[in-house]
Ligand binder design. Structure first.
Ligand code: AOF
Ligand code: ZN
Length: 458
């Protein structure tokens, strides 16, 4: 049976709820759930953190007695396996729901037979409503489950003439404050931040998440107290819009939005504008609820996402010879940190006392990048955010391991002596050129932000 406008509206709402877990659910997926009788919503929920109740359970609790005969809209197939919490399939059966509408199938639950159990209990199951945006919201989770490696997003900042630093290495700053704040939000949604020892030596980055406080704090209401960054994000509406791929709705807005900010509301509206018209109404409904301070307890899992609740991404440094010097920020113990090095290399001092060191195979004189990603996937890393120099960025691209380039372009010129964006093998003919596809383009403050997907070559 085709999905109705009501079905679309409820699932869009479930997606907006799921997106509130953007910074907190790792390594779990972001999942939202709406329980309804026709147009009337009787319960809502979203998954907040690993170990906590799943979206369905939160929504069932909110609905109480009104679950009997209801339709459940959930952005991910209900689980049939007992993980950190009991299977949602059982809870749905016990609650007496009549119908379950699912956006995306959960490929990690193949063994769980949750759907078969629901069917056997006489519950009608329908799948695929807004599947694409639901998968987009969990790109890393699905990449890890289905491909055995994390989703790799490489962040780069360059001048208009494609340079990332002066010849002497100076690079702070090419892009403006708004672009740098935007970059922080992409860091915040990732499970790990990856760099190379060259970047550590050159820039001594912290690789921690520093979200603008006004965006992160509960009760953020925009207006006068709004941070620079939030304001910048609000003004970052695209002057023109790429045609979005079918079903890409909200992919963009939903995935970049900070659920606690007024900017979020604006960006979700962008999402609506980019995608299916059925999203707009749900987004409109979510307008006020998107602010943590205005969530009613029980309606969507209690109060919203707050400061200090965000997951701290793992800092990962590729350092084959353990060159990271004492005093580097990445060694300060302020965030979980993993230093990956070649076999047989050992530090003869206590530089690494506050971090974990781990050996990975070396290939052609470099750490084997596929092995690095497999290792991170085994540690439940969903999205990797790469902030590195031209060597590591180029090597990842050349190895076909980049899923997305997040490229900030500043309207400045650094000249031909300055350093290039990516180090890639030299090309003999144009047919060998690297082809990228633009999936989003917009202004962030005074800079451009492009999101690009490398097309596989050959
Ligand atoms: C979530 N949140 O709302 C749903 C999930 O270890 P557990 O018990 O938290 O189970 C995690 C798995 O449950 C997860 O990988 C996914 O397959 C399934 N569904 N997970 O974190 C949710 N509905
Ligand atoms: Zn579950």
């Amino acid at each position: 049976m085709p999905f109705t406008a009501t079905d679309h509206r409820h699932m869009a709402r479930a997606l907006a709820l799921a997106e509130r877990g953007l910074f907190t659910t790792q390594p779990n997926p972001r999942v939202g759930c709406v329980i309804a009788h026709g147009d009337a919503v009787v319960g809502e929920g979203w998954h907040r953190r690993a170990g906590g109740p799943h979206a369905e359970v939160v929504a069932l609790r909110a609905a109480g007695e009104r679950t009997r005969g209801a339709t459940v809209y959930v952005t991910l197939e209900p689980c049939g396996l007992h993980g950190r919490t009991p299977p949602c399939a059982n809870a749905l059966i016990a609650a007496g729901v009549a119908r379950v509408v699912i956006a995306a199938e959960d490929t990690s639950q193949a063994e769980g037979a949750g759907l078969a159990r629901l069917r056997a209990a006489g519950i009608a199951i329908e799948t695929g409503l807004l599947r694409e945006p639901a998968r987009e919201l969990n790109v890393g989770f699905f990449r890890r489950i289905e491909n055995g490696r994390p989703f790799v997003r490489v962040k780069l900042a360059m001048s208009l003439d494609g340079r990332t630093a002066l010849a002497n290495g100076a690079s702070q700053w090419i892009t403006g404050e708004a672009a740098r704040a935007d970059g922080q939000r992409w860091r915040a949604r990732s499970s790990a931040i990856l760099t190379g020892s060259g970047t550590v030596l050159a820039d001594n980055p912290r690789l921690t998440v520093r979200l603008p406080i006004a965006c992160a704090a509960p009760g953020f209401a925009g207006g006068a107290g709004r941070s620079e960054a939030a304001a910048a994000l609000i003004s970052s509406k695209p002057p023109f819009t790429q045609p979005s791929p079918p079903g890409a709705l909200g992919g963009e807005g939903l995935q970049t939005v900070d659920p606690g900010s007024a900017a979020a509301v604006e960006e979700v509206q962008d999402a609506a504008h980019l995608g299916s018209p059925s999203i707009s109404a749900a987004v409109e409904n979510d307008r006020n609820a998107a602010r943590p301070g205005s969530l009613s307890p029980g309606s969507a899992g209690g109060e919203g996402w707050g400061e200090g609740e965000a997951f701290a991404p793992l800092r990962v440094v590729l350092d084959r010879r353990l060159r990271t010097p004492a005093g580097s920020h990445v060694l300060d113990g302020s965030a979980p940190t993993l230093i990956l090095h070649g076999a047989g290399v050992e530090a003869d001092d206590d530089r690494f006392a506050r971090v974990e060191c781990f050996a990975v195979p070396v290939r052609d004189g470099r750490l084997d990048l596929a092995a690095v990603l497999a290792l991170l996937a085994a540690r439940q890393v969903n999205e990797v955010h790469v902030e590195a120099g031209p060597v590591l960025g180029g090597a990842l691209l050349a190895a076909g391991l980049v899923d997305e380039l997040l490229l900030y372009v500043a309207p400045v010129l650094l000249g031909d002596q300055a350093r290039p964006l990516l180090q890639l093998p030299s090309l003999g003919e144009m047919a060998e050129r690297w082809q990228l596809r633009t999936i989003d383009q917009r202004m962030v403050g005074t800079d451009w932000r492009l999101r690009l997907v490398p097309d596989r070559r050959g």
